[in-house]
Design a protein around this ligand. Structure first.
Ligand code: ADP
Ligand code: MG
Length: 241
């Protein structure tokens, strides 16, 4: 697999109007290819979550254009956008966004079933994704029977289930102990190696080191890009650590 999965072209996003408006992103351009894993770092408020929301079509820019697999999101109807998100985009939210009345397996299978995949196949894919994040044995638990860390793993399983080509994760290891967090990074790395484009927001240089490239945001702009697997101290310096 090759080619551009995600492309942001001079994307700007401003919240509010007039004197109180906030520029969350200022003319950001970024391309992520199939098989590529990009980490996004930067201080709180620098625009990391805004960038991810635009990349996943959860929000639309004021200027510029976002392309997912070559499709400009700005040209889609809301229904088409929702369909593209379900089929192509796996999104790990900072606050998980799980459905409390469903089990772990049902939460993970839901986007597949909404997309018309047979229940049995969706269920099988869900179990496989739960196995990859290390909680296969919890498939039939409801959310209120799971710890925060376990719920987070369900959210990650839901993002990687099936054959999603774009995986976007906003600080997905926050509630996890470091061994589990490392395991999740290995899963994301594996997805990229299998051909997905992965974008990870993280404040941990140790996690960013799994990426092919690190993008640093500051005040809504990309201020630096580093290829990893070089010198970890470059990473630490870029992250302001
Ligand atoms: P990060 O994820 O890097 O902490 P965000 O993308 O969440 O940063 O936010 C970037 C800037 O945009 C911040 O100044 C934030 O306060 C502002 N912002 C984000 N979302 C909204 C919103 N819905 N309304 C108003 N301001 C927002
Ligand atoms: Mg954020």
């Amino acid at each position: 697999m090759s080619g551009q999965v995600l492309q942001l072209e001079r994307v700007s996003r401003t919240h509010g109007h007039g004197a109180t408006s906030v520029a969350a992103l200022r003319s950001v351009s970024l391309t992520v290819n199939a098989g590529e894993f990009v980490a996004v770092m930067g201080p709180s408020g620098s625009g990391k979550s805004s960038l991810l929301a635009l990349a996943g079509g959860l929000d639309l820019p004021n200027a510029g254009e976002v392309f997912v697999e070559g499709t400009p999101l700005g040209g889609l109807s809301l229904n088409e956008l929702a369909r593209l998100r379900r089929r192509a985009v796996g999104y790990v939210f900072q606050d998980f966004n799980l459905v409390p009345s469903l089990t772990a397996a049902e939460n993970v299978a839901l986007p597949r079933e909404l997309d018309g995949i047979a229940a049995k196949k969706a269920r099988r894919q869900a179990k496989d994704a739960l196995r990859q994040v290390g909680i296969a044995e919890l498939a039939d638990r409801f959310m209120d029977e799971m710890s925060g860390g376990q719920q987070q793993r369900v959210a990650i399983a839901r993002a990687i289930v099936g054959e999603r080509r774009l995986i976007l994760a906003d600080e997905p290891t926050g509630a996890l102990d470091s061994a589990t967090g490392d395991g999740i990074l290995e899963v994301l790395r594996g997805r990229a190696d299998e051909g997905a484009a992965v974008v990870l927001v993280t404040h941990e240089a140790r996690h960013a080191a799994w990426a092919d490239r690190v993008v640093f945001l500051k005040d809504g702009r990309i201020v630096d890009q580093t290829r990893t697997a070089t010198d970890p101290s470059v990473l630490l310096a870029g992250a302001g650590l």
